[in-house]
Write a protein that binds this ligand. Structure first.
Ligand code: SAH
Length: 256
């Protein structure tokens, strides 16, 4: 797709490692006249891709109104505006409210996806979230804290499924999180906490629901971590049908 120089681009920066942005995201960063980046989590090394003279704003210090004002002004001056979100913007990115404001103003935008931290966590752990016979569902959620969650989506309710669960934004509430998870999962269910996946300071803490809280406290981890829970972290699973020699599918007949 060609680049429109008068557009606003929402771009997923990836989980941290500057090489984990898409080629398209990098190209747009290089061409941007204005970059608004999520300062609390986006790796600042990515700003090194910006051209000389590019105006850079840190959204951590801005309100929605201020963000939109920068985009609006950029558009009026026919500038290429990049809004750089951490991971993928569709996950806890607060991107919808920005897009709606742009719609109201008839400002065109595109979204360029990124590698979410939950994908980087699986890579760090060298695990598969969807193991046959273990879990075929992945729940991405956060525990209600200062900001609530809608009814029916509490940790207890989600835990009933015993699916793979990835909990964002909640590692600072580990004791409560574990208690609530244990209403569905058994205490010996494996858990991993992945801190700063793909960053040089990445840490992986492992345990069970019964043990993980103490490990997290001992390491002093209070933010920028994912809690991943489920038997996909264990040893047992069934082999996939995809590569089963007795199972034929669209691209391969049985026995080949
Ligand atoms: N859009 C982002 C998530 C933003 S919400 C994404 O797709 O990853 C911020 C939360 O994401 C953090 O509190 C933490 O739980 C998680 N997070 C973001 N980057 C992370 C990383 N590199 N490693 C572990 N967790 C991360």
């Amino acid at each position: 797709m060609g680049l429109n120089s008068q557009m606003v681009y929402f771009i997923g920066a990836g989980p941290g490692d500057p090489e984990l942005i898409t080629l398209k995201g990098k190209r747009l960063l290089e061409e941007a006249d204005i970059i608004i980046y999520a300062g609390s989590l986006v790796n600042k090394e990515l700003l090194g891709y910006a051209k000389k003279g590019c105006a850079v704003y840190n959204s951590a210090e801005m309100t929605l109104e201020q963000l939109i004002a920068v985009m609006e002004e950029g558009e009026a001056q026919q500038k290429l505006v990049v809004r750089l979100h951490t991971g993928d913007p569709s996950i806890y990115g607060a991107i919808r409210e920005q897009m709606d404001e742009l719609d109201k103003r008839n400002i065109a935008y595109e979204v360029v996806p990124g590698v979410s931290s939950f994908c980087a966590a699986a890579a760090a752990l060298k695990k598969e979230y969807t193991l046959p016979g273990v879990s075929q569902a992945v729940i991405l959620t956060r525990m209600g804290g200062r900001t609530g969650v809608p009814g029916g989506q509490g940790i207890e309710e989600l835990a009933q499924h015993k699916a793979t669960m990835i909990i964002f934004l909640s590692v600072h509430m580990m004791d409560e999180l574990v208690d609530r998870l244990k209403t569905g999962y058994s205490g010996d269910t494996p858990v991993a906490v992945v801190y700063k996946a793909s960053w040089p300071e990445q840490k992986i803490l492992e345990g069970t629901l019964d043990t993980i809280s103490d490990v997290v406290k001992a390491e002093g981890i209070k933010k920028t971590a994912l809690v991943v829970v489920g038997d996909f972290l264990g040893e047992g699973y069934e082999l996939s049908k995809l590569y089963d020699k007795n199972f034929s599918h669209q691209y391969r007949s049985a026995g080949e």
